[in-house]
Design a protein around this ligand. Structure first.
Ligand SMILES: C[S@@+](CC[C@H](N)C(=O)[O-])C[C@H]1O[C@@H](n2cnc3c(N)ncnc32)[C@H](O)[C@@H]1O
Length: 390
């Protein structure tokens, strides 16, 4: 993996978290990071506008290129991703920088409570989800004034009209730079717009489930049930009095169904998105009436849970992701299966839904020694496997 991030002859060592599971071809920054840093340094933007009391926001830094580069300017980092937070923290330490130089916030944090006055400079990496961007631009309004400088960056393919329209709608006049190494910058001037009602969270109902689901902006399948989730919902195990993990819980549709159908079941909801875990918590409270039978953990796979305990769970249910940030990858699914084995009791079950073209069966057979196909359709299979009894 290339870890030497160099701009203007200054180098940083940057890794994607967790470094040991990444494909060697993946690196922790992209051309949009380089472009925005070059721009800010070329116009000495931070030197001319910031002093120690003027708030500086970095939004959606992927793995720490921006936060580490500008760490001496004491930025506030806003990101919905636990993996991004962890990457930034790890990269600060690798580069001998003070982790306390950065204030970490999730994307649901009320920015007014974090920064003392209006933001002077805001740097934004365009996220994969337009809904997250929309939520973030609305949330930004309360900390902007006409003196704020807002610069966003993304690969050319993500800087589309739909993105520019969101900036025009929620911030004000918006222009773009020329493309450089397939990246582009967006410059937006705050026009004092105050949006009264955010479109988020959204509510989803479906005949397959006896409850509706509330979804914060960055939640997977915010507007309808996922087709993988649909087949898993038709093949849920009996879980009376069992302890169950909903791994990669999203809005919690799988775990809430388990709580709904099984007296005495306890579900631990885990996701790397703060918005997902918060949506799952809301959905448990809305439908089950209390969160007494639930635990909520923001984590990369089961890392945070496994720090406290292992071999305690009866069942792990999982509809694994395909992405880490903007990259399609299968390493997250594989770490999920490996972590699930550690979390399960001997005799405990891992039940997953997987796209049939993926090699999940091979991986599961290698880890657990075998599996059973419980159901399948043209696109998906439900695989069940057990951790061997001692
Ligand atoms: C395919 S979605 C499934 C969501 C929900 N369980 C469902 O069936 O609709 C995968 C989920 O995994 C989460 N995820 C992605 N990477 C993760 C990681 N490294 N650790 C934990 N969760 C992750 C995503 O945020 C997403 O909510």
């Amino acid at each position: 993996m290339n870890t030497h991030f160099t701009v203007f002859e200054r180098s940083l060592h940057l890794e994607r978290y967790p470094a040991k599971h990444q494909h060697v071809s993946l690196q922790a920054w992209d051309a949009a990071d380089e472009y925005i840093i070059e721009h800010v340094e070329n116009c000495s933007l931070l030197e001319s506008t910031l002093n120690k009391d003027t708030p500086f926001l970095i939004i959606n830094d992927d793995f720490g290129a921006l936060s580490c580069w500008f760490s001496d300017k004491k930025p506030v980092l806003v990101s919905d991703s636990w993996i991004s937070h962890k990457s930034v923290m790890t990269n600060l330490m690798i580069n001998g920088m003070d982790p306390e130089s950065i204030e970490f916030c999730d994307a649901l944090t009320n920015l007014n409570e974090v920064i003392p006055s209006k933001a002077k400079v805001v740097l934004i990496k365009i996220p994969r989800s337009l809904a997250l961007l929309e939520h973030q631009l609305i949330a930004l309004q309360s900390v902007l004034d006409e003196g704020s400088t807002i610069i966003a960056a993304g690969k050319v393919k993500v800087v589309q009209n739909s993105v520019l329209k969101l900036f025009e709608k929620y911030i004000g006049t918006t222009t773009t730079s020329l493309a450089k190494k397939k990246a582009r910058l967006i410059f937006s001037k705050y026009a004092g717009i105050k949006t009264k009602k955010s479109p988020y969270p959204t509510i989803v109902s479906d005949p397959l489930i006896p409850f509706s689901l509330s979804n914060h902006a960055n939640v997977f399948c915010r507007e309808h049930l996922d087709i993988g989730a649909r087949i898993l919902l038709k093949n849920l195990p009996s879980a009376l009095n069992k302890s169950v993990i909903d791994l990669g819980c999203g809005n919690g549709v799988i775990g809430v169904s388990i709580l709904d159908q099984n007296e005495g079941a306890h579900v631990t909801f885990v996701d790397e998105s703060f918005m997902a875990v918060e949506s799952a918590r809301q959905n448990v409270i809305n439908h089950i009436g209390s969160d007494e039978r639930a635990t909520f953990i923001v984590s990369n796979c089961l890392e945070e849970l496994l720090k406290e305990e292992s071999s305690n769970y009866d069942i792990v249910l999982c509809n694994p992701p395909f992405h880490q940030q903007n990259t399609i990858t299968d390493h997250v699914a594989y770490q999920m299966f490996t972590d699930a084995k550690k979390a399960l009791k001997h005799g405990g079950e891992l039940r997953i839904v997987g796209n049939r073209h993926l090699d999940y069966p091979i991986k599961i057979k290698k880890l657990f020694g075998g599996y059973e196909v419980i159901d399948s359709n043209k696109k998906f299979s439900i695989l069940s496997t057990y951790k061997a009894r001692q």
